[in-house]
Design a protein around this ligand. Sequence first.
Ligand SMILES: CC(C)(COP(=O)(O)OP(=O)(O)OC[C@H]1O[C@@H](n2cnc3c(N)ncnc32)[C@H](O)[C@@H]1OP(=O)(O)O)[C@@H](O)C(=O)NCCC(=O)NCCS
Length: 177
Amino acid sequence: MTISIRPTVPADVPLLPPIEQSAGELFRTVPELAWIADGDNIPPQRHLELIAGGACWVAEAEDGSLAGFLAAQQTEDALHIWELSVRQDQQRRGIGRAMIGEAAAFAREQGLQALTLSTFVGVAWNEPMYRRLGFMVLSPEDCDARLQDILRNELAAGLHSERRCAMRMHIARVAAA
Ligand SMILES: CC(C)(COP(=O)(O)OP(=O)(O)OC[C@H]1O[C@@H](n2cnc3c(N)ncnc32)[C@H](O)[C@@H]1OP(=O)(O)O)[C@@H](O)C(=O)NCCC(=O)NCCS
């Protein structure tokens, strides 16, 4: 497999909602979450804001088409992943794992302590996948004010809190040679 990961540029933005839409089709396999597949995608303006922050990447497939994207935002001490989406026909090829690796390398370079995100509990390609990649679930008490806010906003947007969790991956320091 030859997949290359590069920073997202504004010219990529029109291509990102169709990728998110295609990725989300996976939720149709979970009847109570099938509505996610019909939900809104990240608006182009929001992509542009996140791209300006310098922590967004796309994965290019062998034929030059975009296979996936990761949109993140640097906070004081962590890199927060807002969305990771891989096109349906490109899933299970290691692209999601590689993009998390790219985000972790960036966070390490920036001297950040962690990657954070919020996701669905018990959905194979959400919380269990992130656990396999090195994330831990945070209990509500362990969430800082920023993550509590994110979970509160999700609840207000109709996502049942018992189905959502915040997760954190610690970024290990590399000892100087
Ligand atoms: C989550 C997502 C980005 C993963 O992308 P991907 O490129 O398919 O993931 P990878 O191939 O790197 O898989 C990494 C590991 O995650 C797990 N995994 C990924 N997709 C899975 C699935 N559909 N079912 C079960 N396990 C899965 C596996 O452990 C996999 O490793 P393996 O293939 O060696 O067993 C993709 O499924 C997607 O776009 N889903 C819809 C959007 C979404 O839920 N995004 C996350 C929001 S928090």
